[in-house]
Design a binder for this molecule. Structure first.
Ligand code: NI
Length: 235
């Protein structure tokens, strides 16, 4: 996929955006590509037993982005960012110690609806755009890692032998920039970047023999940069 994209990008750049590809009112553009969600995580303190304090860290993931856009006028479009579910590992970084515990993982879908401005709408060649939108992120399949359960067990003299993780859904704003670089009448290479405000409240429930013994809640700002590199087709 990377090689094909490199060839398409080279072709697009070689053609210098001379291709006739004006975006006009009523056009649909379907973008698809490798979409990476790269969190810029900022977590509240996670207060664990024995006065141990940790902070959450969330790693990145890349999935297939499917991104339809409709030109409402020659200069304004509406775009939906959709993708196959992202899966992120979550670590608990213990403060004051060089120790990171695998805490768990979550899947999520971050559909984002944006209004976009195309300054070169109605003209041939490169189609840069900027957009602003709203994001709704649904977290699901949250899993706790055994390493966190073992750590909680060690901190409680073996009392805690299980845990659950729950992440609240998030509603927030998103901003984006991108460009379609045409390499034929209908095909372009697309590069797009979003910054999405995704804030969630996380809850870890510690259990002993299946019964809840403690609950910790903490806010996590995931606030990812999202990158898409792919192709776009106008029809
Ligand atoms: Ni935020």
């Amino acid at each position: 996929m990377k090689k094909a994209l490199t060839i398409a990008l080279a072709a697009a750049l070689a053609s210098g955006g001379m291709m006739a590809q004006a975006y006009e009112q009523g056009d649909w553009v379907l973008r698809a590509g490798a979409t990476t969600v790269d969190p810029d995580t900022d977590s509240d303190d996670i207060n664990l037993p024995m006065d141990v304090v940790a902070k959450a860290d969330v790693d990145d993931d890349t999935q297939l982005g499917i991104i339809p856009m409709y030109m409402v006028t020659d200069k304004f479009g509406v775009e939906l960012l959709a993708a196959t579910p992202f899966e992120h590992d979550i670590a608990a970084d213990v403060q004051g110690a060089n120790l990171s515990v695998d805490a768990g993982s979550t899947k999520h879908l971050p559909p984002t609806l944006s209004v976009q401005w195309y300054p070169r709408g109605g003209q041939d060649g490169w189609q840069p755009y900027i957009g602003i939108g709203v994001n709704y992120t649904v977290f699901f399949d949250e899993d706790v890692d055994n390493e966190l359960v073992d750590t909680l067990g060690a901190l409680t003299d073996g009392l805690v032998d299980g845990a659950d993780l729950d992440l609240d859904d998030s509603f927030g704003l998103a901003g984006q920039v991108g460009v379609d670089i045409p390499f034929s009448d209908r095909w372009s290479v697309n590069v797009g970047v979003w910054y999405i405000d995704i804030d969630t409240e996380a809850e870890i429930t510690a259990k002993a023999a299946g019964e809840q013994v403690a609950k910790v809640k903490f806010d996590v700002d995931i606030d990812p940069w999202v990158y898409n590199i792919g192709i776009a087709y106008r029809f």
